[in-house]
Structures are given as C-alpha cells and as structure tokens.
Design a protein around this ligand. Structure first.
Ligand code: ZN
Length: 59
C-alpha cells in the first residue's frame, strides 16, 4: 500500500492554513452575508451588529 508523499513546506514560505473567515452576528449567531458584514447590519435582528470573526476550517 503506497501513500502519496506530502508536499514539503519550505522555511521560506508560510504554511497555508485551510481555513477561511466567516462573520457571525453575536446576537442571533447567524452567519452574516458579505453585504451584511460590510454594512454591519443584521437583517434578522434588524439592527446594527458587531460581526464576530470565526475561522472555519475548509476541507
Ligand atoms: Zn443577528
């Protein structure tokens, strides 16, 4: 049984983490859309929101 050799990361390159950042509304804990994040406005709460950045792992 053979395994594919993992790519070696050199010291010159920073490792690329398989994560991306999404923004949650801290009030209703819903993931905000890009427009909502830019406007800082939650359409569910119908008010100003302070987006919370959450890193999500990408498969
Ligand atoms: Zn909300």
């Amino acid at each position: 049984m053979t395994h594919p050799s993992p790519k070696l990361i050199t010291g010159l390159q920073s490792p690329i983490e398989p994560v991306h950042t999404v923004h949650h509304c801290p009030t209703c804990e819903r993931v905000l859309s890009v427009a909502e994040f830019i406007e800082r406005f939650c359409t569910d709460c119908k008010t100003y929101t302070k987006p919370v950045a959450v890193k999500e792992r990408v498969a």
